[in-house]
Design a protein around this ligand. Structure first.
Ligand code: CTP
Length: 416
């Protein structure tokens, strides 16, 4: 039976780094159909507890109303230099207010003007005045996006230090399919959050290998022996390691879909044997391996080629041990850092320390199923991080994202 993971690969929708809290985010909306996604972008940013103000080019009002954006951002929306009651909308004051300016959608016309100093509306004047980081998310039809003049304008804008939020491939408003769709609002938020994430370079240059999820050991073509692991902890580690700048390989057993940070290399596997093979192969080129998967310890001695029929009153299964991936890597490790997980239900510390020594680990993360809020499927965890040198750090109950951040920070501080 083929079981494969459906991996949603997007820039960190589930990652939710709280680095946008309190930031002043100025959004510049230009006249592209993707402007219909900006109310959603504003809502996501407000949810992250950022302060959001919006400037629109006059033509953008044809695509989304200033009222919608004003209600969602909780601020007036600026389209002209002068309000109806003759107040000046100062481009200088708006630029000074912003911690970041995000131009989304950025049409070919606006890109061209930005690249060449054009300044015929409030948004462009604000862009020219801005000293804060500027991000731009192009949105246009595929041939416009591919045109040499657009490419040159994008390159020019990047050479000025502006940050490109790359367009996606997909169906366009014209009905054509290609590159040019504005990045999804979630991806824009994730790129901004990563930019402001204080630990974004903590694991730069490091190759990190992570195993996650359960394994399924097939009995016959339709049945398997498995476990309740959701893969959430391992995926949180993979996403966080990528946000910290590492090159990440994730070997993932069969789970429900996860949002996985773009750039993480995902190998979907089913059985312990497949996980063993892929992980062993990757280990040679790894700096840090963290084995968080709930690997089956036993598999059926033989897999029945056809569905097992209900012929007898009882059925005895003969099981054979699987490869212990962690122990095998421990036996062959050279310069790599090797971190294991231990899931225990009794004598937790003693058992975890035993595994740390027996499997030649540098550290082990102890999960106790006795702790409320810890373990399978839930979004929180409570762990103890134990090093080979005897350091023991209890990490209080928090989200798996935060636990992942703490574990990777401890690994960095202790060993790198
Ligand atoms: N592990 C592994 N390969 C296996 C079994 C376990 O790589 N075949 C890894 C897990 O990913 C985890 C660690 O070993 O990092 C400990 O797993 P755990 O199930 O707690 O312990 P076991 O070694 O299987 O021992 P036991 O089941 O007896 O507690």
């Amino acid at each position: 039976m083929e079981i494969s993971n459906i991996v949603i690969s997007m820039k960190g929708t589930a990652v939710n780094i709280p680095s946008l809290r309190g930031k002043n985010i100025l959004i510049g909306v230009t006249a592209g159909i993707a402007a219909y996604k900006i109310p959603h972008l504003v809502r996501l940013l407000v949810k992250e507890q950022a302060s959001v103000k919006v400037i629109m080019t006059p033509d953008a009002e044809a695509f989304v109303t200033p009222l919608t954006l004003s209600v969602l951002s909780k601020h007036p929306v600026y389209t002209t230099f002068e309000s109806e009651d003759h107040q000046w909308h100062s481009h200088v004051a708006l630029a000074q207010w912003a911690d970041v300016l995000v131009i989304a959608p950025a049409t070919a016309n606006t890109l061209s003007k930005m690249a060449h100093g054009g300044c015929d509306n409030l948004l462009l004047a604000t862009y020219l005045s801005a000293k804060c980081p500027v991000f731009f998310a192009p949105a246009m039809d595929l041939d416009m996006y591919a045109h040499p003049s657009t490419r040159a304008n994008i390159a020019q804008l990047e050479s000025y230090g502006n940050h490109l939020i790359p367009s996606d491939y997909g169906e366009l408003a014209s009905g054509l399919v290609g590159e040019g769709r504005m990045a999804e609002p979630e991806a824009i938020v994730a790129q901004l959050a990563s930019y402001f994430f204080p630990k974004k370079a903590l694991l730069e240059g490091k190759k990190v290998l992570i195993t996650a999820g359960p394994t399924y050991e097939m009995l016959d073509p339709v049945r398997f022996i498995g476990n309740f692991s959701s893969g959430k902890m391992g995926v949180a580690l993979a996403n966080m390691a990528a946000l910290m700048g590492a090159e990440v390989t994730l070997v993932l057993g069969p789970t429900a879909p996860h949002a996985i940070v773009q750039g993480v290399k995902v190998h979907s596997v089913v059985s312990a044997q497949q996980m063993y093979e892929v992980t062993t192969e990757a280990f040679a080129h790894t700096d840090i391996a963290i084995l968080a998967a709930a690997v089956a310890d036993y598999k059926p001695q033989a897999q029945a080629p056809q569905k097992i029929k209900k012929k007898t009153d009882s059925l005895t299964l003969e099981l054979a041990k699987t490869q212990d991936i962690l122990a095998s890597l421990g036996a062959q490790k050279q310069q790599q850092l090797l971190i294991g997980f231990a899931l225990e239900t009794e004598n937790e510390l003693e058992h975890a320390k035993g595994k740390l020594t027996r499997k030649h680990l540098d550290a082990i993360v102890l999960n106790s199923l006795n702790d409320p809020g810890a373990g399978f499927s839930v979004d929180t965890n409570q762990v103890t991080f134990i090093t080979r040198g005897g350091r023991q750090e209890a990490i209080a109950l928090k989200s798996k994202r935060e636990i992942a951040e703490d574990i990777l920070t401890l690994i960095h501080d202790e060993f790198l």
